[in-house]
Design a protein around this ligand. Structure first.
Ligand SMILES: [Zn+2]
Length: 276
Protein backbone atom coordinates (compact mmCIF):
# COMPACT_ATOMS: atom_id res chain seq x y z
CA UNK A 1 0.00 0.00 0.00
CA UNK A 2 1.54 3.31 -1.01
CA UNK A 3 1.77 6.03 1.61
CA UNK A 4 1.85 9.65 0.54
CA UNK A 5 2.40 12.50 2.91
CA UNK A 6 1.70 16.10 2.16
CA UNK A 7 0.70 19.24 3.96
CA UNK A 8 -2.38 20.85 2.50
CA UNK A 9 -3.89 24.25 3.06
CA UNK A 10 -7.52 24.36 4.07
CA UNK A 11 -8.74 26.38 1.13
CA UNK A 12 -7.31 23.97 -1.33
CA UNK A 13 -10.27 21.69 -0.94
CA UNK A 14 -12.76 23.70 -2.82
CA UNK A 15 -12.63 23.37 -6.53
CA UNK A 16 -13.97 26.27 -8.46
CA UNK A 17 -16.50 24.79 -10.80
CA UNK A 18 -16.38 27.60 -13.33
CA UNK A 19 -18.59 25.99 -15.88
CA UNK A 20 -21.03 24.37 -13.56
CA UNK A 21 -24.64 25.43 -13.72
CA UNK A 22 -25.51 26.69 -10.29
CA UNK A 23 -22.63 25.42 -8.15
CA UNK A 24 -23.05 25.90 -4.44
CA UNK A 25 -20.24 27.00 -2.21
CA UNK A 26 -20.48 25.51 1.19
CA UNK A 27 -18.79 26.73 4.31
CA UNK A 28 -17.59 24.03 6.60
CA UNK A 29 -18.06 24.88 10.23
CA UNK A 30 -15.62 22.25 11.32
CA UNK A 31 -12.88 24.23 9.68
CA UNK A 32 -14.28 27.69 10.26
CA UNK A 33 -14.01 27.22 13.99
CA UNK A 34 -10.62 25.63 13.95
CA UNK A 35 -7.81 28.13 14.03
CA UNK A 36 -5.07 25.73 13.24
CA UNK A 37 -5.26 22.50 11.41
CA UNK A 38 -2.57 20.31 10.17
CA UNK A 39 -3.81 18.39 7.24
CA UNK A 40 -1.93 15.31 6.44
CA UNK A 41 -2.96 13.40 3.40
CA UNK A 42 -2.39 9.72 3.53
CA UNK A 43 -3.62 6.71 1.74
CA UNK A 44 -5.49 4.78 4.38
CA UNK A 45 -6.74 2.11 2.15
CA UNK A 46 -6.12 0.77 -1.24
CA UNK A 47 -8.79 -0.87 -3.32
CA UNK A 48 -7.00 -3.55 -5.20
CA UNK A 49 -9.92 -4.00 -7.56
CA UNK A 50 -10.72 -0.35 -7.89
CA UNK A 51 -9.38 2.26 -10.23
CA UNK A 52 -10.61 4.94 -7.88
CA UNK A 53 -8.26 4.77 -4.91
CA UNK A 54 -9.16 7.60 -2.62
CA UNK A 55 -6.74 9.86 -0.79
CA UNK A 56 -8.53 10.85 2.38
CA UNK A 57 -7.33 13.66 4.57
CA UNK A 58 -6.56 12.97 8.18
CA UNK A 59 -7.20 15.98 10.35
CA UNK A 60 -5.52 16.63 13.63
CA UNK A 61 -7.57 19.35 15.25
CA UNK A 62 -6.23 21.08 18.35
CA UNK A 63 -9.74 21.63 19.64
CA UNK A 64 -11.14 18.18 19.20
CA UNK A 65 -7.93 16.19 19.47
CA UNK A 66 -9.04 13.48 17.14
CA UNK A 67 -8.39 12.39 13.64
CA UNK A 68 -11.17 12.59 11.11
CA UNK A 69 -10.82 11.48 7.55
CA UNK A 70 -12.27 14.11 5.28
CA UNK A 71 -13.53 12.93 1.93
CA UNK A 72 -14.77 15.25 -0.78
CA UNK A 73 -18.18 14.74 -2.30
CA UNK A 74 -19.38 16.19 -5.59
CA UNK A 75 -23.17 16.03 -5.79
CA UNK A 76 -24.77 16.06 -9.23
CA UNK A 77 -28.48 16.87 -9.31
CA UNK A 78 -29.55 15.71 -12.75
CA UNK A 79 -31.96 18.16 -14.36
CA UNK A 80 -33.93 18.49 -17.56
CA UNK A 81 -35.05 14.90 -17.34
CA UNK A 82 -38.50 13.37 -16.99
CA UNK A 83 -38.62 9.63 -16.72
CA UNK A 84 -41.90 7.85 -17.34
CA UNK A 85 -42.55 4.73 -15.32
CA UNK A 86 -44.48 1.82 -16.88
CA UNK A 87 -47.34 2.68 -14.49
CA UNK A 88 -47.58 6.08 -16.21
CA UNK A 89 -46.02 8.07 -13.38
CA UNK A 90 -43.86 10.96 -14.55
CA UNK A 91 -40.75 11.30 -12.43
CA UNK A 92 -38.84 14.57 -12.34
CA UNK A 93 -35.87 15.93 -10.47
CA UNK A 94 -37.07 17.22 -7.10
CA UNK A 95 -34.20 17.21 -4.59
CA UNK A 96 -32.83 20.72 -4.03
CA UNK A 97 -29.33 21.91 -3.11
CA UNK A 98 -30.86 22.96 0.21
CA UNK A 99 -32.02 19.39 0.82
CA UNK A 100 -28.45 18.28 0.22
CA UNK A 101 -26.78 20.78 2.53
CA UNK A 102 -29.38 20.84 5.30
CA UNK A 103 -30.52 17.23 5.47
CA UNK A 104 -28.75 14.71 3.27
CA UNK A 105 -25.08 15.39 3.89
CA UNK A 106 -25.59 15.94 7.66
CA UNK A 107 -27.35 12.57 7.76
CA UNK A 108 -24.58 10.88 5.74
CA UNK A 109 -22.08 12.33 8.19
CA UNK A 110 -24.14 11.14 11.15
CA UNK A 111 -23.97 7.63 9.69
CA UNK A 112 -20.25 7.74 8.79
CA UNK A 113 -19.15 9.32 12.05
CA UNK A 114 -18.77 5.81 13.47
CA UNK A 115 -15.79 5.35 11.13
CA UNK A 116 -14.38 8.86 11.82
CA UNK A 117 -15.16 9.88 8.25
CA UNK A 118 -16.59 13.25 7.39
CA UNK A 119 -17.94 13.95 3.94
CA UNK A 120 -17.27 17.46 2.69
CA UNK A 121 -19.36 18.95 -0.11
CA UNK A 122 -16.86 19.90 -2.77
CA UNK A 123 -19.65 21.21 -4.99
CA UNK A 124 -23.28 20.70 -5.88
CA UNK A 125 -23.87 20.78 -9.61
CA UNK A 126 -27.33 21.13 -11.06
CA UNK A 127 -26.50 19.36 -14.27
CA UNK A 128 -28.60 19.00 -17.40
CA UNK A 129 -28.46 15.44 -18.67
CA UNK A 130 -26.73 14.69 -21.95
CA UNK A 131 -29.33 14.35 -24.66
CA UNK A 132 -27.65 12.41 -27.42
CA UNK A 133 -29.22 10.28 -30.10
CA UNK A 134 -29.97 7.49 -27.64
CA UNK A 135 -31.46 9.67 -24.88
CA UNK A 136 -35.10 8.59 -25.24
CA UNK A 137 -34.10 4.97 -25.62
CA UNK A 138 -31.88 5.15 -22.54
CA UNK A 139 -34.41 6.68 -20.16
CA UNK A 140 -37.09 4.24 -21.34
CA UNK A 141 -34.73 1.34 -20.83
CA UNK A 142 -33.83 2.46 -17.30
CA UNK A 143 -37.46 2.98 -16.29
CA UNK A 144 -38.34 -0.55 -17.41
CA UNK A 145 -35.49 -2.59 -15.89
CA UNK A 146 -36.20 -5.17 -13.19
CA UNK A 147 -34.22 -7.43 -10.92
CA UNK A 148 -33.74 -10.97 -12.16
CA UNK A 149 -35.21 -14.05 -10.49
CA UNK A 150 -32.28 -14.14 -8.08
CA UNK A 151 -32.73 -10.54 -7.03
CA UNK A 152 -29.88 -9.05 -9.01
CA UNK A 153 -30.46 -5.66 -10.55
CA UNK A 154 -29.89 -5.33 -14.29
CA UNK A 155 -26.32 -4.22 -15.08
CA UNK A 156 -27.41 -3.29 -18.61
CA UNK A 157 -28.99 -0.08 -17.25
CA UNK A 158 -25.67 1.24 -15.96
CA UNK A 159 -24.11 2.34 -19.27
CA UNK A 160 -27.39 4.11 -20.05
CA UNK A 161 -27.16 6.04 -16.76
CA UNK A 162 -23.51 6.84 -17.44
CA UNK A 163 -24.37 8.13 -20.91
CA UNK A 164 -26.56 10.82 -19.33
CA UNK A 165 -23.71 12.36 -17.29
CA UNK A 166 -21.90 15.43 -18.57
CA UNK A 167 -18.24 14.44 -19.10
CA UNK A 168 -16.90 17.81 -17.97
CA UNK A 169 -18.24 17.31 -14.45
CA UNK A 170 -16.87 13.81 -14.03
CA UNK A 171 -13.47 13.12 -12.54
CA UNK A 172 -10.86 13.90 -15.14
CA UNK A 173 -8.16 11.32 -15.84
CA UNK A 174 -5.77 13.01 -13.42
CA UNK A 175 -8.46 13.15 -10.72
CA UNK A 176 -9.17 9.43 -10.73
CA UNK A 177 -7.83 7.88 -7.59
CA UNK A 178 -7.86 11.23 -5.81
CA UNK A 179 -10.02 12.39 -2.94
CA UNK A 180 -13.12 13.15 -4.97
CA UNK A 181 -16.29 11.09 -4.82
CA UNK A 182 -19.38 11.47 -6.99
CA UNK A 183 -23.07 10.97 -6.31
CA UNK A 184 -25.57 11.47 -9.14
CA UNK A 185 -29.22 12.06 -8.29
CA UNK A 186 -31.40 10.68 -11.07
CA UNK A 187 -35.19 10.55 -10.87
CA UNK A 188 -35.17 6.77 -11.22
CA UNK A 189 -32.51 4.11 -11.70
CA UNK A 190 -34.59 0.94 -12.24
CA UNK A 191 -37.38 -0.97 -10.55
CA UNK A 192 -36.70 -1.79 -6.87
CA UNK A 193 -33.23 -0.26 -7.20
CA UNK A 194 -32.23 2.71 -5.05
CA UNK A 195 -28.53 3.07 -5.69
CA UNK A 196 -25.49 1.72 -7.49
CA UNK A 197 -21.84 2.44 -6.80
CA UNK A 198 -21.00 2.20 -10.55
CA UNK A 199 -17.74 0.35 -9.98
CA UNK A 200 -17.30 -0.18 -13.71
CA UNK A 201 -17.71 3.54 -14.40
CA UNK A 202 -15.00 5.02 -12.18
CA UNK A 203 -17.43 5.05 -9.25
CA UNK A 204 -19.67 7.79 -10.56
CA UNK A 205 -22.33 6.48 -8.19
CA UNK A 206 -26.05 6.88 -8.82
CA UNK A 207 -29.15 7.03 -6.65
CA UNK A 208 -32.83 7.36 -7.49
CA UNK A 209 -34.90 10.13 -5.95
CA UNK A 210 -37.98 8.09 -6.76
CA UNK A 211 -38.13 4.47 -5.68
CA UNK A 212 -40.48 1.49 -5.61
CA UNK A 213 -38.22 -0.80 -3.61
CA UNK A 214 -40.35 -0.35 -0.50
CA UNK A 215 -43.55 -1.36 -2.30
CA UNK A 216 -42.12 -4.26 -4.26
CA UNK A 217 -42.02 -2.62 -7.66
CA UNK A 218 -45.31 -0.73 -7.49
CA UNK A 219 -45.85 2.92 -8.28
CA UNK A 220 -42.64 4.78 -7.38
CA UNK A 221 -42.71 7.41 -4.65
CA UNK A 222 -40.29 10.14 -3.72
CA UNK A 223 -37.61 8.69 -1.49
CA UNK A 224 -37.35 9.92 2.08
CA UNK A 225 -34.40 12.23 2.59
CA UNK A 226 -33.60 10.74 5.97
CA UNK A 227 -35.23 8.29 8.33
CA UNK A 228 -35.11 7.59 12.05
CA UNK A 229 -32.24 5.17 12.71
CA UNK A 230 -34.32 3.29 15.26
CA UNK A 231 -37.19 2.40 12.96
CA UNK A 232 -36.05 1.40 9.52
CA UNK A 233 -39.14 1.59 7.33
CA UNK A 234 -38.27 2.42 3.73
CA UNK A 235 -34.62 3.32 3.76
CA UNK A 236 -33.74 6.91 2.99
CA UNK A 237 -31.85 8.56 0.19
CA UNK A 238 -29.15 9.48 2.72
CA UNK A 239 -28.86 5.90 3.89
CA UNK A 240 -28.65 4.63 0.30
CA UNK A 241 -25.91 7.12 -0.51
CA UNK A 242 -24.05 6.08 2.64
CA UNK A 243 -24.33 2.44 1.59
CA UNK A 244 -23.04 3.13 -1.94
CA UNK A 245 -20.16 5.18 -0.56
CA UNK A 246 -19.32 2.11 1.52
CA UNK A 247 -18.93 0.16 -1.73
CA UNK A 248 -16.77 2.91 -3.17
CA UNK A 249 -14.57 2.54 -0.07
CA UNK A 250 -14.31 -1.16 -0.90
CA UNK A 251 -16.79 -2.52 1.63
CA UNK A 252 -18.98 -5.44 0.66
CA UNK A 253 -22.35 -6.87 1.54
CA UNK A 254 -23.14 -9.35 4.29
CA UNK A 255 -20.24 -8.67 6.59
CA UNK A 256 -22.40 -8.06 9.62
CA UNK A 257 -25.54 -9.58 11.10
CA UNK A 258 -27.81 -6.88 12.43
CA UNK A 259 -28.69 -3.28 11.56
CA UNK A 260 -25.94 -3.20 8.94
CA UNK A 261 -25.12 -0.28 6.68
CA UNK A 262 -23.71 -2.73 4.17
CA UNK A 263 -26.74 -4.98 4.55
CA UNK A 264 -30.23 -4.18 3.40
CA UNK A 265 -31.71 -2.32 6.33
CA UNK A 266 -29.39 -0.70 8.84
CA UNK A 267 -26.75 1.81 9.74
CA UNK A 268 -23.90 0.09 11.56
CA UNK A 269 -20.43 -0.78 10.35
CA UNK A 270 -18.46 -3.62 11.88
CA UNK A 271 -15.21 -2.94 13.71
CA UNK A 272 -13.35 -4.45 10.77
CA UNK A 273 -15.21 -2.26 8.28
CA UNK A 274 -14.38 0.86 10.29
CA UNK A 275 -10.70 -0.08 10.20
CA UNK A 276 -10.79 -0.73 6.47
ZN1 LIG B 1 -24.88 -2.65 -1.98
Amino acid sequence: MPVHLEITRIKEWSINMKNAKGPIEVNNKFFCCSHLLILISIFFFSCSNSSNDAIPVAIIDDNVEKIVYELNLRIHIMKDITMIHPTGLRMNSWVTPGNVTKTIVPEINAIWKQADIQWIIESIIEEDVVKGDTYEESIAFIANTHRDSEGRSDPARLPHLYSLMQPQYMSMADELGKNLFHIYFFPFIGNTSQGNAMSGFNYHSVVGTWSNKHNGGGVPEKTLLAENHNSFVRGSLSRTISHELGHVLNLHHNECDFNCLMGSNGYLLTTQQKLE
